[in-house]
Design a protein around this ligand. Structure first.
Ligand code: PLP
Length: 429
């Protein structure tokens, strides 16, 4: 008897969630472009609506192409289940919708994607959910920010745009002591570089728009249930531990055990908030994931080459790439993301705000736009774009001061990438 072999990451990225289509033999999971699904009979329909049987009802809640994508991401992150939704922001909104009641609080590291800072500070306030900010470089600051109303901690594994590597394990210890789940946004690392569950995360979210999809062609988000948090023992999360009115008093945490968070988020948050992912976007992102390992390796190799080159340029004041031995976060790379520090990083121009605005207008190969994680190299000056809604103080705290330029280094030949930066730096000074 041979022991069953556990497939490696690269193999799962291609095969998890996919079998030949049962009705046509199609090798690639098709785009199931349908709104609804015929019930076998009235009893079958009733059992689906009662959550007594798993199956498709309506594409706002689930779809077979989406389901294949979810199984693949759950396998890559080592989670019990996943829920794919319309965008990274929808993933954050829905994860919190399952966890928080009006008046509740959560603690978040202030080094976050600018859109997440806006979402937490403004949109969430309308739900009467309140964020307390901590410093992702100082795990103790999370301890200090916790109050009796704290229901979750939220961090990024590699924090956008400053390239901060976060000590997930240290913050997870604080979350465990406080009895709250740790949510990790793993967008910049992707599961190829970092598996937050191995460092103590309970819930993982991604903007699949970025490295998972990888080709700059579709918006999507995903929530991964790590299956590690005991909702029934905690009793502080009524959506999971109390009878659910809209499912005849079913207690979701009891019925669904270690994947109850993923189920609750699908059958309540997604059902009622409605931010479903399209079958087409599920298909494109799933195809992107098949080459994730290869892409991330080359992204990291190119990013390191560009960062080293920039460090030696006279126009450049500093380069903040954790992959550089000189970087303050370099020791954490070995612990959190040993295969590489990702492809998104910032550098500072001696010429400040004006030099940043000029540089983005002089590049040719780089695209000046608000995205990351594309096969194409991308550039942005956060102070004049993504972070302009924030105050100067918030911008500086988020690693997006006036002199800061952010790159997302793509998969073009690295000499071509460097040559484009060289001509643009020369032309803008
Ligand atoms: C882009 C991004 C988001 C938001 O995702 P969308 O798909 O644009 O909604 C959240 N977190 C991080 C780290 C991101 O880069």
């Amino acid at each position: 008897m041979s022991v069953e072999r556990q497939p490696a990451f690269e193999t799962l990225a291609i095969h998890a969630g996919n079998q030949p289509d049962p009705s046509t033999g199609a090798r690639v999971t098709p785009i199931y472009q349908t709104t609804a699904y015929v019930f076998d009979n009235a009893e079958h329909a009733a059992s689906l609506f009662n959550l007594e049987a798993f199956g498709n009802i309506y594409t706002r809640i689930m779809n077979p192409t989406q389901a294949a994508l979810e199984e693949r991401v759950a396998a890559l992150e080592g989670g019990t289940a996943a829920l794919a939704v319309a965008s990274g922001h929808a993933a954050q909104l829905m994860a919190f919708h399952t966890l928080l009641e009006p008046g509740d609080e959560f603690v978040a590291g202030k080094q976050l994607y600018g859109g997440s800072i806006n979402q937490f500070n403004h949109a969430f306030k309308k739900f009467d959910w309140h964020v307390n900010w901590a410093d992702s470089t100082d795990p103790e600051s999370f301890q200090r920010a916790i109050t009796p109303k704290t229901k979750a901690i939220f961090i990024e594994s590699i924090a956008n745009p400053g390239g901060v590597i976060v000590d997930i394990q240290a913050i997870s210890t604080i979350a465990k002591n406080a009895g709250v789940p740790l949510i990790v946004d793993n967008t910049l690392a992707s599961p190829y570089l970092c598996r937050p569950k191995e460092h103590g995360a309970d819930i993982i979210v991604h903007s699949m728009t970025k490295f998972l999809g990888g080709h700059g062609n579709s918006i999507g988000g995903v929530i991964v249930d790590c299956g590690t948090f005991d909702w029934m023992a905690s009793g502080r999360y009524p959506t999971l531990s109390e009878p659910c009115e809209s499912y005849h008093g079913m207690v979701l945490g009891e019925t669904f055990g270690n994947f109850a968070f993923a189920i609750a988020t699908r059958v309540l948050a997604l059902r009622d908030l409605g931010a479903a992912i399209s079958p087409m976007n599920s298909f494109l992102i799933m195809t992107g994931i098949e080459t994730l390992s290869l892409r991330m390796e080359r992204h990291c190799e190119n990013a390191l080459a560009v960062a080293k080159w920039l460090e030696a340029r006279p126009e450049v004041e500093w380069v903040n790439y954790a992959g550089l031995p000189s970087n303050r976060f370099n020791p954490l790379v070995a612990k959190i993301c040993p295969k590489g520090a990702g492809a998104v990083f910032t550098f500072g121009l001696k010429g400040g705000y004006d030099a940043g605005v000029k540089l983005v207008s002089k590049v040719n190969l780089f695209s000046h736009l608000a995205n990351i994680g594309d096969v194409r190299s991308l550039i942005i000056h956060p102070a004049s774009t993504t972070h302009r809604q924030l105050t100067a103080e918030q911008r500086a705290a988020a690693g997006a001061g006036d002199d800061v330029v952010r790159l997302s280094v793509g998969l073009e030949n690295k000499d071509d990438i460097i040559a484009d930066l060289e001509q643009a730096l020369t032309a803008s000074t």
